[in-house]
Design a protein around this ligand. Sequence first.
Ligand SMILES: *Cc1c(COP(=O)(O)O)cnc(C)c1O
Length: 381
Amino acid sequence: MNPFATHLECSLTGTSYPKGPAYRLSDAGRPLLLRYDLDRIAASADRDEIAARDGGFYKWTELLPFANADQVPRLGETDTPLIRLGSAPSVVVKDEGRLPTGSFKARGLALAVSMAVELGIDKLCMPSNGNAGAALAAYATRAGLKSLVYCPADTPRMNIDETRLCGAEVVEIDGYIDDCGKLLAARAAEEGWFDVSTLKEPYRLEGKKTMGLELAAQYHWSLPEAIFYPTGGGTGLIGMWKAFAEMKAMGWIDGSLPKMFAVQADGCAPMVRAWEAGDEFAERWEDAHTRAAGIRVPQAVGDFLILRTVRESGGRAVAVSEAEIEASWRDLARQDGVLMCPEGAATHAAWLRMVRDGHLDREARVLLFNCATGLKYALPT
Ligand SMILES: *Cc1c(COP(=O)(O)O)cnc(C)c1O
């Protein structure tokens, strides 16, 4: 492991675990967070030197878990561009569709697979709504590992085919992603598959954290006022917040941290309901439906971390309708030439709503996440 990594910590109780062995959840059944000796990193590493390296998200080696950057599976990782909208110059889109496998799931799964290689694990499995399974399949195959993915049967066909073609065994289930997770857990235990579900192992989060590191560098270490993130399992939101805290502790970033907006769809909005009620945890959302498959997650193991991030940052949790998602999808394509995925379009719809409702100035510098290439989806006509 990275010599700067010190230990892991339960995100709920703070209980400490020694680094070294493979971990899933803490004994309290909550996500584990990897901790680093930030003073030592600050003393020996230079943020601008790191930012200038090649290798995309893998370049942040001092703040990533693996020991040896020569042994990680690579598929052409790259920094993703920031695109300022002509239709709204205060708004910038970070286009994660440029990553291997066409989505930001590459960041997390590349790290999970890298650590599996380092830990000698050779069979990885997960439930997926589409992009995560595809990223797992591609990176596992690249590293010479086996992969197994359980998908809801109504996952976009493109994602299922892509996952299978990249080498995973795919099982389609008549149910939601959390149903897939339960069925898969039984088989994984029996056949010895290691489950890399969202936040149920510690290293995908470290990969998603690189969105925060990369953004800080692209913004010259002074972050935008607000970030809109399409929230399913919430790894990206939680990961960016962890990145900001680490950079703050090392004196890498100046000024205040962004308000974090967790964006969901009206048809599946467990975080919005819990945020509005002031709850610490979120109840499962029944009969979840939205065409934005990436955020169709009825229940998230990191619910309290998502809600904590939104509250600590002074942001909000906001749900948008299918009609708003489709309108933003069309408008950004027509007005700006920017083809979003539906989850990305949801962030634009949420930004419009926040401006209209007076929660944000139209001139406030905001960042929207386009988390996957629009070309993976059945497009509106
Ligand atoms: C996974 C995914 C999301 C949700 O990301 P989380 O970090 O799990 O909340 C949003 N959009 C797309 C396209 C995804 O694949």
